[in-house]
Design a protein around this ligand. Structure first.
Ligand code: SF4
Length: 317
């Protein structure tokens, strides 16, 4: 620990974990509780696209949220029970995760957000959405909620490269993302990125991290691309349309991306969790602890940490 040069930590981690952020902000372990508010997505129902992003699961990236047929409070209780068995938890952040959680009239959004905020032990609210689905009245509602509680808006960017965005059917370009991001100025925004999207090189992924670093977001979540059963990506993968890297290549790009991110940007995660039964590839993502340990070891071996090159980038552009 003594030789760890990273300041936003109380462990061997050389990046600013959500765990550490929770302790500093709320005084103890805080868990996000994935929930399904019963939304769809404008990239699925035809407003901006049909079928969704090629990597999207049928649950709209909300695979660990309980069924939307259950009332919110039952979903919340079911997930909390599991978390309470694993950890000593100080409080929870209800996380509207599945699909696009700003895609409804503002009256419905307000009722759902208030219901989530009133859940027992809730310390705030996290809302996952798309940058192209932020109507003015929705943004006003988010600002109102932010004044009263700890709000985080989670935006899926995945990549800044528009050719890749077209290939994965994201349904909006980087310019549209930036317009949405600007609307949320002053709010806590957590940006989601996916590494090793089809056709992307490590330099492209690093370029994405640098562009995101320049936005100075509250947080970033890194995901390794996972091929899920039943997705359009599965067909492309099985047809040999792209290949996936080994664990070492992922650890290498993660280290390089962390090095260019501001040290005060919270790292919400360094890999996704795919449901066991849906995961087609890569198999090594099943061993999450092993991946986390490998990242810690590699950062130590490189004598590196999050933000190592931030000053250099600021000076050299
Ligand atoms: S934006 Fe999210 S929910 Fe919508 S299609 Fe893409 S991954 Fe699925």
């Amino acid at each position: 620990m003594k030789e760890n040069p990273f300041v936003f930590t109380d462990s061997n981690k050389r990046y600013y974990t959500y765990d550490y952020y929770g302790k500093k902000t709320f005084g103890g372990k805080v868990c996000k509780v994935p929930l399904d508010g019963g939304f769809t997505c404008p990239n699925i129902d035809g407003r901006c696209g049909r079928g969704g992003c090629t990597y999207c699961s049928g649950r709209g990236s909300g695979d660990f949220a309980p069924s939307p047929l259950l009332p919110l409070t039952e979903q919340y209780d079911a997930v909390r029970k599991i978390m309470d068995r694993k950890w000593k938890v100080t409080g929870y952040i209800p996380y509207l995760q599945a699909h696009t959680n700003t895609y409804a009239p503002v009256s419905r959004l307000r009722a759902l957000y208030e219901e989530a905020l009133a859940l027992p032990g809730a310390l705030g609210l996290a809302i996952a959405t798309r940058a192209d689905c932020l109507e003015d009245d929705t943004v006003a509602l988010l600002r109102d909620i932010d004044k009263r509680t700890h709000l985080t808006v989670e935006l899926g960017l995945q990549t800044i490269h528009d050719d890749t965005a077209r290939r994965i059917g994201r349904g909006h370009d980087f310019a549209a993302f930036l317009r949405g991001y600007e609307k949320l100025a002053g709010l806590r925004v957590m940006i989601h990125l996916i590494d090793f999207l089809p056709g992307e090189t490590p330099d492209m992924m690093l370029g994405t991290a640098k562009a995101v670093a320049a936005l100075r977001p509250h947080g970033v979540k890194f995901h390794m691309l996972c091929v899920l059963r039943g997705s359009a990506l599965e067909k492309e993968y099985r047809a040999g349309g792209f290949s996936l890297p080994g664990k070492d290549a992922y650890i290498d790009i993660l280290c390089r991306q962390l090095e260019v991110l501001p040290p005060e940007t919270v790292i919400g995660r360094v890999t996704g969790d795919a449901p066991e039964e849906l995961l087609v590839a890569p198999d090594w993502t099943r061993k999450k602890i092993d991946l986390l340990n490998s990242l810690d070891k590699e950062l130590t071996k490189r004598n590196s940490c999050q933000g190592k090159f931030v000053e250099t980038i600021q000076k050299n552009g």
